[in-house]
Structures are given as structure tokens and as C-alpha cells.
Design a protein around this ligand. Sequence first.
Ligand SMILES: NC(=O)c1ccc[n+]([C@@H]2O[C@H](COP(=O)([O-])OP(=O)(O)OC[C@H]3O[C@@H](n4cnc5c(N)ncnc54)[C@H](O)[C@@H]3O)[C@@H](O)[C@H]2O)c1
Length: 263
Amino acid sequence: MKITDLVGKTAFVTGAASGIGRAVATTFAAFGAKVTCADLDESGAQSTVEEIEAAGGTAEAVRLDVSSRVEVDQALDDAAARWGRLDVLCNAAGIFIDVLPSLAADADLNRVMQVNYMGSLYAAQAAVRHMLPARAGSIINLSSGGLDSPKPEQFAYVASKAAVTELTRCLALEVGAANIRVNAIAAGYIDTPMIRRGYVSGSGQLDEGRWNETLERYRRFSPLGMVGEPVDVAWTALFLATDMSKFTTGQTFRPNGGFVMPR
Ligand SMILES: NC(=O)c1ccc[n+]([C@@H]2O[C@H](COP(=O)([O-])OP(=O)(O)OC[C@H]3O[C@@H](n4cnc5c(N)ncnc54)[C@H](O)[C@@H]3O)[C@@H](O)[C@H]2O)c1
């Protein structure tokens, strides 16, 4: 096995039906991992598996609601039993809500925290149980570039991602001695269905004019003049999944086109 690949390893990817999770799952598989593609959207997860298999990889699809601890525990146990081990978890399942701090209702806050934060926590806890006996593993959480550039309407979403970032740091401290690494990716603006949904009109069509204006604005924010693609996040996740990052834990990586540059 080369240090740059995942041959002989297995990965569990949540949110694998769409966008970033799908790109992470297909990339891990392309570099040799056997991948469990978990998502609330079962047919989407199945289509990711078909893409992986068509490219010669190995994967399975699982319907999973990450906000249920019972479902998450079962799905991680099943995946570890099926592949015989669990090396990598990538928590990419997530939802966005657009609500101002002064107007946020309990139901909005509970849902976004339950999926984005508790879902990541449940999966990380289950993964650690499988990784501890092996004394090896990599957990990769999707945080958000929104933490570096606050916007009032993103407050509930970004609060859930701030919690994910803190989970990343504290869990990294707890399990580092067992050679389990925990890192986060605070991606910038990535063109995915999650983002496009904000530009869909009442008729269900993408409002091309508004969407293109937004893309142009975000291109101007990047010194590279680019908006990210899911694969830009997947390459960062690949680095974190392989032994190339064996000295890296508790960190937050920022594939964001240079949109923000924190010290
Ligand atoms: N797109 C961006 O610009 C961006 C930037 C930073 C971080 N992120 C984060 O990256 C992750 C992936 O986002 P994306 O843009 O690819 O979004 P997406 O909407 O394209 O994909 C999210 C996936 O999560 C799944 N999902 C939602 N709720 C779930 C649940 N309860 N259980 C299981 N699966 C569930 C959806 O079915 C979907 O397949 C999210 O955590 C998001 O917050 C995205």
C-alpha cells in the first residue's frame, strides 16, 4: 500500500448521496477504500454506489438518519462487521437553515443541531468504539467557512458547525493516545445542491440570473477567482484519511479558495 492510498481500508461516509459526501465517497473508493455510503436519501446513496462500482470500486449503500443514535450505532456496527474493520469516518451529512438570531424558533434550532452536531457526535462515538481496539483511525468532520465570516441568517447553521469544530478538538485530545486522529474541514463556498437550493424559485427551477450573480460575487472574493467544487473538499478529506496526515489531529482545514485567511 502506498501512503497516498486507502487500499485495504474501509470508510463510512454520511451524506454520501449528494454534493461533498458523494465526492468524498467516490474519491475514497477511487483510492482503494471499501466505502459505506450512508444517507437519508437511500436512492441517492445507491446511485453513489453505482458510480463507485462502475469505476471498479467497492461500496454499499445504507439508509441512515444521523439524528437517531440508535440508527447510527446500528449502521456503524453493520459496516464494521461487513468489511471486518473501520478505518475512516467522514461526517458529511448536514442541513442548512436560513433564520435570523432574533427570529429562530426552537424547532429550527433543535433540528439543525440534531442533524449537524448530534449526528456527527453519534457517528464519532460509534466509530471510536470500533477504532479503539485497532488503535488506529481517522475521523473527519464537516465544519463550515461560515465560522470565519459571520452572516446573521446563517447563525443557527454556523452555531451547529462551531459545536462540530469543538467536538473535533476535544475528541482529538481524548483519543489521540490511541492513534485515532480527528480533524475538521471548514469548507468555503462549494457548488452543491445544498447551496443551489437557496436559488430555486417557487416553480422549482434554478433562478439562473441570481445564481450566476452569486457565483460571480464569490469568485471575486477568492484570490484564485474560483468557487469550489465538491472534489476540492474530497482531496482535503483524502489527505486526512490517509497516513499522509499521521502527524495531524485536532485541526480545521480550510479549502476556501483563499476567501478568508485566519492566522
Ligand atoms: N456546500 C458548501 O458550500 C458547504 C460549505 C461548508 C460546509 N458544508 C457542509 O458539507 C456537508 C455536505 O454539504 P453539501 O453542500 O454537500 O450538501 P448536500 O445537501 O448536497 O448534501 C447533504 C447530504 O446530507 C444528507 N442528509 C441530510 N440530513 C440527513 C440526515 N438526518 N441523515 C443522513 N443524511 C442526511 C442529504 O440527504 C444530502 O445527501 C454539510 O455538512 C455541509 O454543512 C458545505
